[in-house]
Design a binder for this molecule. Structure first.
Ligand code: GLN
Length: 304
């Protein structure tokens, strides 16, 4: 399979479809990005990199960073983590608070905001300098110093933080929050504000296509058993209330962010990052999802 030819074909076809969406603006700084950008990078398990379009432009990875923070925290707590957060799809928007009351302060999964805040809280309990340790960890996964925290995006989200602050207080009222709310929110906004390009993002997901072993860090990041679990959570919860549709149309474990990025893995073959800022009403990139759908259609295989 010629991956370069494949992603170029996908890129061309998506561009011809002229799909439109809306750039996220509830974090005002995200709305300043050029909406027409579109890039794809695919990284195979030999370390070969294939790219097309704006694949070298850094963008705000937002919720994709929730996979990195979960990966840092999971080995520290193992299955005990699941007493604080469930692994069920929510069927609700990423920032929903509704289910948190019915579920007595236990978020449905680690990728909706409520669950990711619990993960960041757990991370703050185990890592002394959480923000720099998250950056170091992702740099290690990508095999180079590629992580930048976009301070303008970080501050912009901090200044429009009513919903996430409410979620954190709600979690605290159920005693599912150990550290200072302000401290954890700062760490959460900082990891969401990480900017990377498609190549480095795909590299940072490579270990999830490779049973937990990163060829860029040259070491095991997660055990094979933990890596399978993270992939299962991505497949069932990675796209919020569009997770079922992503599994149906694309059929790969993946994670989206409101910056317009999607990272996904084809186990034992490759990892891929696609980015285009215009989002559908569920907060997922219109072009990135379409590109991945065309990609698995053309390959004639997916996880299934
Ligand atoms: N930082 C964003 C938020 O908390 C992340 C959301 C996302 O990418 N889906 O709202």
């Amino acid at each position: 399979m010629d991956y370069q030819e494949l992603i170029e074909e996908v890129y061309q076809e998506v561009q011809e479809e002229n799909l439109r969406g809306k750039v996220a603006n509830y974090i005002p700084e995200l709305a300043t990005v050029d909406p027409h950008q579109f890039g794809i990078a695919l990284v195979d398990l030999k370390g070969n990199v294939y790219g097309v379009g704006d694949y070298q432009n850094p963008f705000s990875i937002q919720s994709i960073s929730k996979v990195h923070t979960l990966t840092m925290v999971f080995p520290k707590f193992d299955t005990q983590l699941w007493s604080r957060v469930n692994v069920e799809p929510s069927g609700n928007p990423f920032n929903s608070i509704a289910q948190l009351e019915y579920e007595k302060g236990i978020p449905r999964n680690p990728f909706i905001n409520a669950g990711a805040l619990v993960i960041t809280d757990a991370l703050c309990s185990k890592f002394e300098k959480p923000v720099s340790q998250i950056s170091d960890f992702i740099n290690e996964l990508a095999g180079e110093n590629c992580v930048e925290i976009n301070q303008a995006v970080m501050k912009s989200e901090k200044n429009h933080a009513a919903r996430n602050t409410a979620l954190a207080y709600f979690l605290k009222s159920y005693k599912n929050f150990d550290n200072s709310i302000d401290e954890v929110l700062d760490v959460y906004f900082s990891h969401c504000a990480i900017a990377m390009n498609c190549v480095d993002l795909a590299k940072s997901f490579s270990f999830l296509a490779n049973d937990g072993y990163s060829i860029f860090a040259n070491k095991e990041i997660l055990t094979e058993s933990h890596a399978r679990r993270v992939n299962a959570i991505m497949l069932t919860c990675g796209f919020y209330d569009e997770a079922g549709e992503f599994a149906y149309r694309v059929g790969l474990p993946g994670k989206s962010g409101v910056g317009g990025g999607v990272a996904a893995v084809m186990p034992h073959k490759f990892s891929i990052a696609v980015w285009s800022p215009e989002l559908n009403e569920k907060g997922n990139s219109v072009k990135a999802i379409r590109a991945l759908e065309l990609l698995t259609n053309k390959l004639s295989f997916s996880l299934f």
